[in-house]
Design a protein around this ligand. Structure first.
Ligand code: SAH
Length: 473
């Protein structure tokens, strides 16, 4: 982040705008709306600026500004599009201690002006750090379309209860929760639907019954890695959690979507720390929930597919804590889609099985002829490290050597890589590609669809392999 976002209080402060055309008019308008005393300098201002004349806080000087004009100035806007005027404004403004902004001249900008969505008293300011203002404007249009007009009024309405809520609920976390339930619950709905009296009644009733905060546990699937593959529900709960417990499978960019001030606890491996054991994780969740926290356990993929969600659910429920499970897109579904490999297909596979390569006691001895039978796709989780062993066992048991096999590494993420080969060659190829995981193995004729379709759901890193040239493989 190159800039610090702030909302400045400029009521009664001196703001200088140098220029007479559209940009100057916009700057002056906004500063006046925020209560500033605006002094606009221009010998011959255009219609848009003239339209502002008569505003009690606007003074027009029919000349260009001089250094002495900047005394006591809080913000100096350059909008004349004349390099000499810009330079004078920037230098004199800065010398006087003002914050300077000259339109489209980056070296003369102490701050940038964001794109703004207004639902008074709500103000949303958007910036791309100056990189691509068009994107900011585009986003602004989308947010404008998304926010009901009533939101500003809802904010003012809710503010009327601030004092009462603060008096009735002393603990900060309880207050935040009350506000969330109020805005997103029945009271908010009633207000936005124009039933203000009902909204008031609801808030009064809720205040009457407000008790101490109670904890909960949410087991949430985060999908295979691409943040766009989160569910709406996962995202919503991530906004409400007090504590987020996550592990290394949760893709980058996802955790950032949780509430800013939620505590984040890494329960997976990281350098210098031990990963928490499963029973320690469960005990931690239970303790945090008993302290009144909304605990969100964020898991890669789906919590109930090789995610130990079942065990966590059992233990948490047994401790008497309310618990919800939110499904996620499991790696098989996510990786299949993003690698262009349909897991079932009328011509190739009428069934699909998900297996894990590892059990509690190490690599599992699967019956590969039964799993990789004709017409069935096999998806192997946690198999990258034992790919050689898996392929050898399958071959030994009599699975055909030319069975198509793919390894999908970091599926759905920006660094997705897909290696496709056959049962006989996959280990060599995958080893040559030096995959880092997480990776999924897909076996079956559906793998050939990838080349046939030439489709990939994400832009993949280019994989170039020349196995012959790699000695020792
Ligand atoms: N609950 C998860 C699976 C956890 S087991 C789910 O439903 O997806 C961990 C294994 O999932 C990894 O070893 C790997 O085989 C697979 N996996 C998870 N995310 C993946 C990804 N983005 N790309 C490839 N494989 C992935």
């Amino acid at each position: 982040m190159d800039y610090l976002p702030l909302f400045l209080d400029i009521k009664g402060k001196r703001v200088i705008v140098d220029g007479g055309e559209t940009v100057a008019a916009r700057r002056a308008e906004r500063a006046l709306a925020a209560g500033a005393l605006v002094e606009l300098f221009d010998p011959e201002p255009g219609d848009e600026v003239r339209a502002l004349f008569g505003h009690e806080n606007l003074t027009h000087h029919a000349r260009v500004p001089e250094a002495a004009d900047f005394e006591g100035c809080f913000i100096a806007y350059g909008a004349s599009e004349e390099p000499e005027r810009d330079q004078l404004l920037a230098e004199a403004g800065r010398a006087a201690g003002a914050l300077v902004n000259v339109a489209d001249v980056r070296r003369y900008c102490d701050f940038i002006t964001p794109s703004v969505v207004e639902r008074d008293p709500i103000t949303i300011a958007i910036s791309t750090g100056g990189a691509a203002p068009v994107i900011a404007r585009n986003l602004r249009a989308r947010i404008e379309a998304m926010l009901p007009d009533g939101y500003g009024r809802l904010a003012s309405f809710a503010a009327r209860f601030r004092q009462k809520i603060a008096e009735r609920i002393s603990d900060g976390r309880g207050r935040r929760r009350f506000w969330e339930d109020m805005i997103e619950g029945r009271a908010g709905d009633a207000f936005l639907a124009g039933r203000e009296a009902d909204a008031v009644a609801q808030i009064e009733a809720d205040l009457e019954t407000a008790g101490p905060v109670t904890g909960e546990v949410w087991l949430v699937g985060a999908g295979p890695g691409d943040p766009d593959l989160l569910t709406f529900k996962a995202l919503r709960l991530m906004q409400h959690a007090d504590v987020v417990l996550y592990d290394r499978l949760v893709g980058p960019g996802i955790l950032e979507l949780s509430r800013r001030d939620a505590r984040r606890i890494n329960v997976g491996k990281r350098p210098g720390y031990h990963a928490l054991k499963q029973d320690e994780i469960t005990a931690l969740m239970i303790r945090l929930a008993k302290e009144g926290n909304r605990v969100l356990r964020l898991k890669g993929g789906d919590p109930f597919i090789f995610g130990r969600g079942g065990e966590e659910l059992e233990d948490v429920a047994r401790a008497g804590i309310p618990v919800q499970v939110i499904p996620g897109i499991t790696a098989a579904a996510g990786c299949g889609a993003c690698a262009g490999i349909p897991l079932t297909h009328r011509d190739h596979a009428q069934s699909v099985v998900f297996v894990t390569a590892h059990g509690a006691g190490g690599v599992l001895a699967h019956d590969w002829t039964r799993l990789a039978r004709p017409g069935q796709t096999v998806v192997v989780y946690m198999g990258l490290g034992s790919l050689g062993q898996i392929a050898a066992a399958a071959l030994e048991q009599g699975v055909r050597p030319d069975l198509p096999v793919a390894v999908i590494d970091n599926g759905s993420r920006q660094n997705q890589r897909v290696i496709s080969a056959t049962l006989e060659t996959i280990e060599k190829k995958a080893r040559a590609a030096d995959l880092k995981g997480p990776a999924l193995i897909v076996m079956g004729d559906v793998v050939t669809m990838r080349d046939k379709l030439g489709y990939t759901g994400v832009a993949e890193e280019h994989v170039s392999l020349d196995i012959g040239a790699q000695s020792g493989l």
